[in-house]
Design a protein. Sequence first.
Length: 445
Amino acid sequence: MMNSSDEQRSPLKPEHSTPATGPRLDPTIHRRAIALDRIDPDAVKVVRRLMKHDHQAYLVGGCVRDLLLDRRPKDFDVATSARPGEVRSLFRNCRIIGRRFRLAHILFADRKVIEVATFRKDPDEAREREGVDGGPALGGDDDDILIRMDNVFGEPDEDAARRDFTINALFYDLERSEIIDYVGGMTDVERRVVRTIGDPDIRFREDPVRILRAIKFASRLDLGIDPDVLDAMVVHREELARAARPRLLEEVFRLLRGGAAHRSTWLMWETGALSVVLPELAAFLDDDAPGARAVWQGLQAADEIQRSGRVLSDAVLFAVLLGEPLREVAQDADDPGAAIDGLLQPLVERLVLPRKVRDRVRQAMLVQRKLQTPPRGRATSLASRDFFADALDLYEVGVRAAGVAADSALEAWRAAQQLTGTADSPRPRARRRGGRRRRRVAAEG
Ligand code: ATP
Ligand code: MG
């Protein structure tokens, strides 16, 4: 637990702050020295250069959360008082992205990106406070509070308040070794609980994708979910259908990546989110179909593989998730390929699942039986097909799910794969350069 002597209330008003537009919140300051060797040196450089030029600059969001939870952050984001143009003038390796909300990406070696975002506020609140006309944030009916824009600069407290969960809204001041907490996030990190900032009913209605994000953080970081937040997730699950579909699909893939697919899927099922996002799978699990157990075992096996650092493609993850229902429809079909496509087509339309992924899922599924017997000869034409790596990964998931320690066919096919040179070297998934934030804020419904 926190030592209260470590904590102090402080107005933390920086000298160079822009004039406040309303009553400012005071943060709680927690002294926390985070070892510098756990922080990306380029992120440190970016923060220091901004501060040297009299801007406020903090690490923010997922990286602070992960550092406090003793995990290695995936990437480092910086929040600053500097406007995007000012950031660009300080860094040669800087690119401004985003049309509605402009962000700076500072580019480093190995495709590394440090994202630098100017403090911003919730556009609705901005309009109330200042009469800003930012265009329609509300949809047709008065009940529709879906956020459609997010492009008003603000102060640190406003920037914290617009974020989704308290654990994601902490700032870290590198120079003073202090956590700046406007939302009670530090307590939630220590209690290991996911809690929305503010009323969960409102926050999930504003952006239903947050329901999946809550599931992701709870699963991946092994956290609990606050009971009121969990209730609100269940109540508002149907609203996931209103979310922008590309965001929905991306969030589903994020749930499946990173080694917590089993717990994520289970939580989606428990909350009812699964029946909105993937009704085909929810129905299969609800019916307690004979293959239901295999679905869970497959997800566990995929988690094991991913936790060992290997990357499974989106097609493989999707095939693991839907493999059992797909196998069932393909089993007695005259044309198994068409049967698989038939089951996937609503997903292609509903979730805008790329056709390329659908085709890969089908191709990988159709050769599973073939992979059960070792190849004849040194290499076969199958091993040189472009879908082979995915097909073999899917087969390996199946082998592990069945609890088989060593499968001679798997080993032989892996060897054939090496010979044809089609083995995908396991690369860490690169941070996306651009697009992500814009999609996140532009929930077209
Ligand atoms: P991850 O480790 O998965 O990248 P993250 O917390 O960094 O986790 P991102 O999706 O990269 O998550 O988003 C960065 C930050 O932006 C979050 O920590 C959160 O503060 C804020 N954020 C992201 N999505 C939303 C959202 N839908 N609503 C409000 N704030 C959000
Ligand atoms: Mg992130």
